[in-house]
Design a protein around this ligand. Structure first.
Ligand SMILES: C=C(O[C@H]1C=CC=C(C(=O)O)[C@@H]1O)C(=O)O
Length: 404
């Protein structure tokens, strides 16, 4: 088996961070796309390089794709992007890990060749960036929430999730690989991801929300997540109280998930919750759904449910169409990949797709942060605005401020 020792036998040993920085630069020089991720409650970080992105058709089945990474925008009418794993590496404990699959063995051999031709030199990691466009301001977000409540009172929909963005200056010393590392340490229960492609620019995030998880082609999982409050470390989760507004907001997401199961006549799901969960600096209410796919003989449930669920009423609204039309008309900016979905496909027998929340997009010297809040008839503009501010803190605090 070709392992790290074969990479290092011709070159000085490098840290995982140095290898990642080297691979990012190689990607940019060759117009390759990159995805780096660390799954929740896992210590292993994965990196793939793609020579060419694929655009997935709406009916593409994830189960039939090769190993890779899905990156899909919020707008369903736009193309979902798939990064096939032309090269794949894993890192743990700060080091590149021995190749565990034939594909990784080939990747190690390739890396060894690259290092011979272009030896490693220390440098700040580079990634694809695009300029920011415009800036949302606080007054208009409060106005947006007011309009949303008025529309709910008029009976157009029950819930909508308006969002906003904030453009911040990056510190002089900002280093994207270090930032990924910082988020991985700060948020062990999140999917921490970094996606950088010539088409999409670079996106970094730490999301708490699973959209579709298929384990070993047998077990399907999804969640209904909503309701937000600040987490004070040390709080006993059993003592956390939720308002009627938050309970209803989460119940609407639950109903949305169940309505998707109903559309395909799946009745054999287990539902657990809602319970209070920690998501970094925040608390949410979450219900977990599981389906035994073998038992109901539905091998493509993951792909089918992904199409039905996205965008859930945790990021869009309920009913979907009028809420989505409201956001299109009034939100006033392009969400692009915020509140879209992303994650590894067919890596080690799992498909693990998350909602792209608590994320930012990188520009030269700046970053755009994104956050939304679920609005129901009981919402106030002040509270929802404050909620988006604490959601911004999920990334701001560890990356640009003091550690969490
Ligand atoms: C839309 C976001 O969060 C969603 C997920 C959990 C709780 C939410 C809420 O309480 O509003 C949102 O529905 C976001 O983080 O930008």
């Amino acid at each position: 088996m070709n392992t790290i020792s074969s990479v290092t036998s011709h070159t000085p040993s490098r840290t995982g961070i140095e290898y990642i920085a080297y691979l990012l630069r190689h990607a940019i020089e060759n117009q390759y796309a990159v995805a780096v991720w660390r799954l929740p409650n896992d210590s292993v970080c994965h990196l793939i390089l793609s020579r060419k992105l694929q655009r997935l058709s709406p009916d593409a089945t994830l189960e039939e794709l090769p190993t890779g990474f899905l990156f899909a925008p919020f707008q369903k009418s736009r193309d979902r992007i798939f990064l096939p794993a032309d090269f794949k590496f894993t890192f743990a404990g700060g080091n590149l890990q021995p190749a565990a699959t034939p594909a990784e063995t080939q990747s190690h051999t390739w890396l060894q060749e690259q290092l011979k031709h272009t030896p490693y030199t220390p440098h700040r990691p580079a990634c694809y960036t695009v300029p920011p466009t415009g800036q949302e301001n606080e007054t208009s977000y409060a106005e947006l929430v007011r309009k949303a409540v008025a529309e709910i009172e008029r009976g157009s929909f029950e819930k909508v999730v308006p969002s906003r963005r904030k453009i911040v200056d990056l510190p002089e010393s900002f280093d994207v690989v270090q930032a990924f590392h910082t988020l991985s340490n700060a948020y062990p229960h999140a999917l921490v991801s970094f996606v950088s492609t010539p088409e999409t620019g670079s996106w970094l995030g730490a999301t708490p929300e699973t959209l579709v998880h298929v384990h070993d082609r047998t077990l399907f999982k999804t969640v209904a997540l909503a309701g937000t409050q600040r987490f004070v470390p040390g709080t006993d989760l059993k003592t956390v109280a939720w308002t009627q507004k938050e309970i209803e907001e989460q119940a609407l997401v639950e109903r949305y998930v169940i309505s998707c199961f109903k559309k395909i006549r799946v009745r054999e799901y287990d539902e657990y919750g809602p319970k209070t969960v920690v998501a970094g600096n925040l608390l949410h209410l979450r219900s977990d759904f599981t389906v035994d796919m073998k038992e109901i003989n539905f091998p493509q449930l993951g792909s089918v449910m992904l199409q039905l669920l996205h965008p859930t009423s945790a990021v869009c609204g309920m009913p979907l169409e009028p809420a989505s039309a409201f956001l299109q008309r009034h939100e006033g900016y392009d969400r692009e990949f915020y509140a879209g979905c992303l994650g590894p496909v067919n890596v080690g027998n799992d498909i693990h797709i998350f909602v792209n929340l608590r994320c930012l997009k990188l520009h030269d010297g700046k970053a755009t942060l994104y956050a939304g809040a679920g609005v129901t008839v009981d919402s106030t503009p002040e509270n929802e605005l404050a909620e988006t501010e604490i959601k911004f803190q999920t990334l701001r605090k560890p990356l640009f401020d003091q550690p969490v």
